[in-house]
Design a protein around this ligand. Sequence first.
Ligand SMILES: CC(=O)N[C@H]1[C@@H](OP(=O)(O)OP(=O)(O)OC[C@H]2O[C@@H](n3ccc(=O)[nH]c3=O)[C@H](O)[C@@H]2O)O[C@H](CO)[C@@H](O)[C@@H]1O
Ligand SMILES: C=C(OP(=O)(O)O)C(=O)O
Length: 419
Amino acid sequence: MDKFKIRGGQPLSGSVKISGAKNAALPILMASLLPSDKVMLSNVPDLHDVDTTLELLDCLGICHSSLNDNSVTIDPTTLNHFKAPYDLVKTMRASILVLGPLLAKTGKAEVSLPGGCAIGARPVNLHIEGLRKMGAHIDVENGYIKASVEGRLKGAEILLDTVSVTGTENLMMAAVLAEGETVIENAAREPEVIDLANFLNSLGANVRDAGCDTIHITGVEKLHGGEYSVMPDRIETGTFLVAALATGGSIRCENTDPASLDAVLKKLEEAGAEVEKGEDWITLKSQGRPKAVNIITAPHPAFPTDMQAQFCALNAIAEGTAGIRETIFENRFMHIPELRRMGANVESEGNTALCHGVEELTGAEVMCTDLRASASLVIAGLVATGETVVERIYHIDRGYEGIEKKLQGLGADIERVTA
Ligand SMILES: CC(=O)N[C@H]1[C@@H](OP(=O)(O)OP(=O)(O)OC[C@H]2O[C@@H](n3ccc(=O)[nH]c3=O)[C@H](O)[C@@H]2O)O[C@H](CO)[C@@H](O)[C@@H]1O
Ligand SMILES: C=C(OP(=O)(O)O)C(=O)O
């Protein structure tokens, strides 16, 4: 298993090119099975989760090119299977995103239940209930969601009990080929939901008001092929910005979308950073030791749960004390015991954590438990004195494209050790 060796203490400095967003690329790749002709996608990040998604498309018989220079061509006309097997789904929760498009396109889908994962139970009841409202017959048996529909799905009014990002996306993808109008209320407003809607509309779909809490979709009979470029990754951007501030550095993120990062940039400024932004870039200059900032995670446009662990690492070395409340996932503090191994003074109880900033973290051997926990450990390692060894970095490879190379380009002393 690969690990990172980090010798901390180097302020990050220079420019970094941000990759395409994992959480937009995955639904867009799944949605590429919907049209009746080829789709060419660019700015697709080279990530383990993207490989898994392409493997899932292979299982469905869908021909595609290999990912080359962050582009991939998908030919949905070869679709001839309808089962997403457990062996693949268990490695990536986002596999559930195949359910809506597959059912809409073929009238049949069998998708393994994704099950619980490190950060929480993460049920998919809203996906299932929404598709049932659209006329699907769904049984959950032997660990599989078995869905079918006679003819086309039917447009429906769907009120989501909880704001769900992939729930909204699954239902949106199903609705574009349904008969009539679908209204999704209490929809997720994340930028990746908008990117998916823009992609679908570029193929001839009729999705309106994505980014608002009520989305309207008028089904069409067919989608045509096309080309699309995936939006930049706001969480990767935020992770580099936090790393720069934590190390007392100064960086420029290029190829990014500042508008998708409002809540994060506000917190970075509150922590004492000088932030400037243009149409597709952000610069951050540290102004000395950061100040601890209170964080409450909530659905977009509030502070994203996917940035909580990174800010926890920042607070760990900041001046003062601040609280973190995680309202989205019930078990997303697994980085805290690892940060404590590096000398952090962070207490946690239930969904809250209290971070008392210390002046210095010290290198240690630490273990990744999930994607963003891994990012927080890398940030802590970049700040700590001495050597930090971050184990089980396969979690980070799920969602960060060449993170060690990008950090090396910013002057960090980090290397991948392949066992
Ligand atoms: C691939 C992808 O885009 N992943 C993102 C997506 O995950 P994901 O879409 O899985 O997260 P959701 O938005 O669905 O989860 C939000 C909350 O709703 C609950 N819930 C969800 C669905 C459901 O049917 N029933 C239910 O109760 C979840 O347990 C959680 O407490 O949004 C999360 C919240 O911004 C991010 O952390 C993930 O990075
Ligand atoms: C939780 C995340 O991803 P996923 O939903 O793919 O597990 C994440 O990107 O932080």
